[in-house]
Design a protein around this ligand. Structure first.
Ligand code: S3P
Length: 472
């Protein structure tokens, strides 16, 4: 606690020109000649959320550069302002956060609307769970169908009082524990969001809280805990499970955070370059945290020519420039244990697999059913509409590649899922006939720069008249 008082203050709503769901945009993606050049992807979404949250929980000033400009991160920023953090925006991708210290956040006077962002809502629920305040959380139509029990259950064990809509869905209210208790929690699903929610709640909880991960998930929270000065220990037990422990009542100090480029955004440019004949593209400053690079490993096994150069470290994370050249790919069975390191890349992998030689099998990814959309169902329906044979399983899908351009000539609904939207635009770039993505404005949740960047590289994406019969 830093002794700051919570006074009533006015938090203006940010102006959103492209608020997802407001402007109904259908985009058509046409077969591209070649993609060539160098691009720089915007800041990593996962790290951006965390940098703002840690800044708000620190004493002093945190300067975040290279922040994601997507709507998801903007929602977290607005929520933190409602919780009392002062945040200045000198540039579109720079924020200066004047934190309130662990335990120092204020009860918000407004509902915290996290839009489409699962990371935003789950991490902030963790923060609030051990603060002496109550906060209402809500989200868009997609987020309001996503499971919140995975964070509600451990946070209740730490003492938070949480009431949710039937089925443990948003909207919900978190009344933070007055006397939070530390727990040891074995993650029932591999989820960095759940792990992070508990570790953030642990910061204002006396004693040592630990999370046990049977399968490692992205570790940005752990890295940031260390960077901001928390006492964190990590180890592995004889069964290979990761144990992460944090000492509570931590004092965090404001820091500088340089956010690396988002590998999950870079994945769409990489996939497009692999799909379109004759292409050669370099993407600079891409985060290469080993718990995020499973997609590159998979692509290499499929025969892709991908080279990492200028490998360096920024702000405790590794980054590199990624050069990729078009080349025929072959289908493989993706090892299920690799899933957590490429969980957000399955939709674009499925799109790429459609043009590969042979079958690509993606199993052990039931989690894809509870992302921004049911991604197994969305990719299956969209690929079939584009003329591709797909087998759908409870825990994944298998795509029979055509060994060349897919027919296309279909309209696919984005289902409020940015990654589904971008995957089908990439598919269209190497299809015989254009692919239309309806409600493509959802791309702005993570990667509002996507259309501009891919167009500069040579792709042709244009507004299409709103279709009447989009595949749902
Ligand atoms: C994220 C974790 C992953 C990922 C999401 C971002 C994070 O979700 O899919 O896009 O920033 O912690 P899960 O924790 O649900 O696996």
């Amino acid at each position: 606690m830093n002794g700051l008082t919570c006074q009533k203050f006015f938090v203006p709503e940010p102006v959103r020109l492209q608020r997802p769901g407001n402007s109904l945009t259908a985009l058509a993606s046409y077969r591209a000649r070649t993609l060539a050049g160098t691009a720089r992807v915007p800041g990593d979404k996962s790290i951006s959320h965390r940098a703002l949250i840690f800044g708000a929980l620190s004493v002093g000033e945190t300067v975040v550069t290279g922040l994601s400009r997507g709507d998801d991160v903007a929602r977290t920023e607005t929520a933190l302002r409602h919780l009392g953090a002062e945040i200045q925006a000198p540039e579109s991708d720079t924020r200066v956060v004047f934190g309130r210290g662990v335990g120092g956040l204020c009860e918000p006077a407004s509902i915290l609307d996290l839009g489409n962002s699962g990371t935003g809502v789950r991490l902030l629920m963790g923060v609030v769970a051990s603060h002496r305040l109550a906060a209402y959380f809500t989200g868009d139509a997609s987020l309001s169908t996503r499971p919140m029990d995975r964070v509600i259950l451990p946070l209740r064990r730490m003492g938070a009082d949480i009431s949710a809509r039937d089925g443990n869905l948003l909207p919900l209210i978190v009344a933070g524990a007055h006397s939070p208790v530390p727990i040891e929690y074995v993650l029932p699903v591999p989820s960095a969001q759940v792990k992070s929610a508990i570790l953030l709640a642990a910061l204002n909880t006396p004693g040592r809280t630990s999370v046990v991960e049977p399968v490692p998930s992205r570790d940005h929270t752990e890295r940031m805990l260390a960077h901001f000065g928390a006492a964190i220990t990590e180890g592995e037990d004889s069964d290979g499970r990761r144990h992460i422990a944090v000492e509570g009542e931590a004092e965090l100090t404001g820091r500088a955070v340089a956010v690396p480029g988002d590998p999950s955004s870079a994945a769409f440019l990489v996939a497009a370059a692999l799909a379109v004949p004759g292409s050669r593209v370099t993407i600079e400053n891409v985060g290469t945290n080993p718990l995020r690079t499973g997609f590159f490993d998979t692509l290499r096994e499929m025969g892709a020519d991908i080279e990492l150069s200028n490998v360096r470290a920024i702000g405790g994370e590794s980054v590199a420039d990624v050069t990729v050249r078009h080349g025929g790919l072959v289908g493989i069975e993706v090892p299920p244990e690799r899933a957590p390191t490429m969980i957000d890349e399955y939709p674009v992998l499925a799109a790429l697999a459609a043009g590969a030689e042979g079958r690509t099998v993606m199993r052990g990814v039931r989690e894809l059913r509870v992302k921004e959309s049911d991604r197994i169902s969305a990719m299956t329906a969209g690929l079939r509409a584009c003329g591709v044979t797909v087998d759908e399983f409870g825990d994944g899908l298998a795509v029979t590649g055509l060994g060349g351009p897919v027919p296309g000539a279909a309209t696919v609904d984005a289902r409020l899922d940015h990654r589904v939207a971008m995957s089908f635009l990439v598919l269209g770039m190497a299809a015989r006939e254009p692919v239309v993505v309806d409600h493509a404005e959802t791309i702005a949740t993570s990667f509002p720069e996507f259309i501009d960047l891919i167009t500069v590289l040579g792709a042709e994406v244009a507004r299409a008249p709103r279709p009447r019969n989009a595949s749902k």
